[in-house]
Ligand binder design. Structure first.
Ligand code: ILE
Length: 449
């Protein structure tokens, strides 16, 4: 079936692109500090439950909606269920992708700046114990953070500009294997460090008292949505470039497995290193874990540290880029249909607007806009909280209910090739009951907790 819509050339190309979307800052920067703050192993366990009980069914639901709808995220809902309020799920998706990309580009810009600083030797020249100042001075500036954000966004726009096959698919085919190789190398090295046993125990041996803290459940589900790119329209949009033959359940399983493995291997790399070299408690590191604690670790490694710094930040930059393109594609696909724009014009126009909207975030972390806060949150944190705590779970909630109850069950199962199978029945009931109740609980916790 060809309706003139762009297509991925191969199933592998689609899977790599979806993995590219999933694997990003969420798996490295966010996963490591959120796991660190929430007790390590206890968090990991709850997170894995959220991934498989809620994330996987919702991901498969997103794939089905996109492939059936054959349109951007709003259009896909409208095609399957015309004149129904379900399209709100699509609107939430476009809004989330747009807002997240605005600050995602800022943090990715920090990563590219660190990569640059390791390449030039500037980062290696920082004295022990001074990386907090080094990082603080950079993000507290004005021109610096904006410059690196704009540079990163320009790369993102360039890839989306070239379209599904020549931009998104091709870049991910190069990026994903590269990521795997670098990550395995870094993790292998981390396992040889003195603190390896302690680091692994932190990641894999839960302290049971940690389960009593309600915060870890909200953190785990927020992380599950973020890391699988759920509720932000990205997976729906990518699946809309698939032909009818592609088997969706195996694709969803592969994406979830690879994304989860990636996060765990990142943990295997980071925690041994942190327990070997860092002089402070990993639970207190917060979002600075990757930008302050790890550079301190590289610093202790002497000459090898520079090489690790370069490899590590290159890895994170590439992972961030393959995610950012999926976020931009959501709004670009929407604008192309809605305003009848060409891809090239939409990529540049939408990309520019997202970048401009990200500037206040870039200036909010100690820079000129840090005093401008809403509910005590600087602009970047505000955007992050609105999307993570409310928009993503809400979007996931609508998607689960739509495929579980709104969309005709026979059609939904047919779309996934799961008609008359146990897996299909289990999937539908997870979408009907388990996912909505889980998500609702967390939403209420976020609102009233
Ligand atoms: N899933 C990716 C990540 O984990 C992005 C999230 C797309 C916004 O970083």
């Amino acid at each position: 079936m060809s309706n003139g819509r762009e297509r991925f050339a191969t199933k592998l190309g689609f899977i790599l692109a979806a993995v590219g979307s999933a694997v990003g800052l969420g798996n490295v920067w966010r996963f490591s500090y959120v796991a660190g703050e929430n007790g390590g192993a206890a968090f990991l366990l709850v997170y894995l439950l959220c991934i498989f009980l809620i994330g996987l069914p919702v991901l498969l639901a997103e794939f089905s909606i996109g492939r059936r709808g054959q349109q951007d995220v709003v259009g896909s809902f409208n095609t399957i269920a015309p004149q129904k309020p379900w399209a709100i799920g699509g609107i939430l998706g476009v809004a989330s992708a747009f807002i997240i990309l605005s600050f995602y580009g800022v943090i990715a810009g920090w990563v590219v700046y660190f990569l640059y600083s390791y390449v030039t030797g500037a980062a290696a020249g920082v004295e022990t114990g001074e990386y907090a100042d080094f990082f603080g001075a950079f993000i507290g500036g004005a021109a610096g953070p904006v410059f690196w954000q704009v540079l990163f966004m320009a790369l993102t726009i360039a890839i989306v500009f070239f379209g599904v096959k020549k931009g998104i698919e091709l870049s991910n085919k190069i990026f994903m294997p590269l990521l795997a190789v670098i990550l395995l190398f870094l993790a292998g090295y981390a396992l040889t460090l003195d603190g390896a046993a302690e680091g692994l125990a932190f990641l894999f041996r839960p302290e049971f008292s940690a389960f009593g803290n309600p915060g870890i459940y909200a953190a785990a589900i927020g992380q599950a949505f973020f890391t699988l790119s759920l509720g932000m329209g990205a997976m729906i949009t990518y699946a809309s470039y698939l032909p009818k033959e592609t088997k969706l359940p195996s694709a969803a399983g592969t994406v979830v497995t690879l994304d989860t493995l990636f996060a765990i291997v990142v943990g295997i790399m980071i925690f041994p290193a942190v327990f070997t070299f860092a002089q402070f408690d990993v639970g207190d590191a917060g979002p600075g874990l990757v930008f302050i604690t790890l550079p301190e670790v590289f610093n202790q490694m002497g000459a090898m540290g520079t090489m690790f710094g370069i490899l590590f930040f290159f890895l994170v930059a590439v992972a961030a880029l393959s995610s950012a393109i999926s976020l931009l594609e959501v709004s670009v696909a929407y604008a192309m249909r809605k305003f009848n724009w060409t891809r090239r014009f939409a990529a540049i126009a939408v990309g520019t607007v997202v970048t401009l909207f990200g500037v206040p975030s870039a200036l909010s972390q100690g820079g000129p806009l840090s005093d401008f806060t809403v509910a005590g949150l600087p602009f970047l944190d505000l955007m992050d909280t609105i999307t993570d705590n409310y928009f993503l779970p809400l979007g996931g909630f609508v998607i689960a209910l739509f495929v579980g109850w709104g969309w005709n069950k026979v059609d939904a199962l047919k779309e996934t090739g799961l008609t008359d199978t146990t897996v299909g029945t289990v999937w539908i009931w997870f979408l009907r009951i388990v996912a909505p109740i889980g998500i609702l609980g967390i939403l209420l916790l976020n609102i009233f907790g």
